[in-house]
Design a protein around this ligand. Structure first.
Ligand SMILES: [Zn+2]
Length: 391
């Protein structure tokens, strides 16, 4: 049994626990949360700084870890995607080693659960052994080609089957890359309403332009790969209207990136499906587009945080994502952003029965952040703060 305390404890669910002690069993399960006054100081371990639950990384592409440091920053999404597509030939031992390294990096950074996109089976050996909980989103796309939908579906179905009994869902990559026919094949596979789904959403202005009036960069982008866009019909509206028409609203859905999303988009999505989660990956947005979402637009949304992949980030650290958000949009409350990183991520991945908050019976992991400071009643995380996983 361990008894842990700190200058301040963040519960995960937007409350601060002052002068409290977490009592854990040897497996990290929370047995009780008690008043510090009930113990003498030699009975508990004291950590100067803040304790909070293990982080949930709601969006990653672990299989792209070998592309770390290869791409230029600030190029915008289409040149970035071009680099990813053209850099898929690497020695398989090297790929597997980089996946393992990235998994260990996330463990050290206090991440306990990951929503991970997979187009291939490269991450399977790592996920089978890792102490991190992974929900694998096997992500399909057909370059908006109805005639290729069946062929691509079958190829991703074999990846999906290979993940066996590990937590998984087959999902659509993005509105600009998935035909209606492929969406309906994916929907037919996901019959259980508990299946969580995900999609990349409104990552760049070209995505909306494609659906509004077939302008922007995507037409020439797909044609440069030999895929004709002659049959593509724009819908005269932003991409979310195609997305929400094609996805099944009976499933909880993670919308990733949302850099171009405005409040009216978010409200439309929430009216269509209240179980919609909005995952922000601020460092990746700065890496690729040199731009952040306007978080004031997301007041009604359930927000989560992700790192995206090492091909579009400098590291895989949720603490680093938190610091970036609070550096550039410091009007946000620390407790709200910490909630995105813990409790909301656990809800999105359907693991809140054990993860995301300090509650009796849960086993959420315990992170220790040093270098925090208090001004009045407000706590903040210093730029140099680091995280240590202590349970
Ligand atoms: Zn992504």
């Amino acid at each position: 049994m361990r008894k842990l305390t700190a200058d301040i404890i963040y519960s995960g669910n937007q409350t601060w626990l002052k002068d409290s002690v977490l009592i854990l069993d040897t497996d990290g399960q929370i047995l009780a949360i008690r008043d510090q006054a009930a113990f003498s100081p030699n009975e508990y371990e004291y950590f100067p700084g803040m304790l909070l639950p293990g982080f949930v990384n709601a969006h990653c592409h672990l299989e792209l870890s070998h592309l770390h440091g290869l791409f230029q920053t600030g190029t915008q999404l289409l040149p970035f995607l071009n680099s990813v597509v053209k850099n898929r030939e690497f020695d398989s031992d090297f790929i597997l080693q980089k996946i393992k390294d990235a998994d260990e990096e996330m463990q050290r950074a206090g991440i306990v659960a990951v929503g991970d996109i997979s187009n291939k089976i490269d991450t399977l050996p790592c996920k089978t052994k890792s102490s991190i909980y992974y929900h694998t989103f096997v992500e399909a796309f057909d370059f908006l080609q109805e005639s290729l939908a069946d062929q691509f579906f079958e190829s991703y179905k074999s990846v999906y089957d290979a993940f066996g009994t590990l937590p998984k869902t087959m999902v659509a990559h993005a509105p600009y890359s998935v035909s209606k026919k492929l969406f309906s094949r994916i929907n037919a596979l996901n019959t259980a309403t508990s299946n969580i789904s995900s999609i990349h959403n409104q990552e760049c202005i070209d995505e909306d332009l494609l659906f509004i009036n077939k302008t922007g960069g995507f037409v020439s982008f797909w044609e440069s790969f030999g895929f004709s866009m002659n049959d593509f019909q724009p819908i005269g509206k932003d991409s979310i209207y195609y997305t929400t028409k094609c996805l099944n609203p009976r499933h909880p859905i993670l919308f990733m990136h949302n850099t171009q999303s405005k409040q009216h988009h978010i409200n439309s999505i929430l009216n269509w499906n209240p179980a919609s989660y909005f995952v922000s990956c601020p460092n990746a947005n700065l890496f690729i587009e040199n731009q952040l979402p306007d978080y004031s637009q997301f007041k009604n949304a359930i927000m989560c945080l992700g790192t995206d992949s090492l091909s579009s980030n400098w590291q895989l650290s949720i603490l680093s994502e938190i610091k970036t958000i609070l550096k550039f949009q410091s009007y946000l409350n620390l407790e709200d952003v910490l909630c995105w990183a813990t409790y909301n991520g656990a809800r999105a991945l359907n693991i809140s029965e054990w993860a995301g908050s300090f509650e009796v019976g849960k086993r959420p992991g315990v992170n220790w952040i040093q270098d925090v400071e208090q001004k009045g009643k407000t706590w903040s995380i210093k730029p140099e703060a680091s995280v240590t996983k202590i349970s």
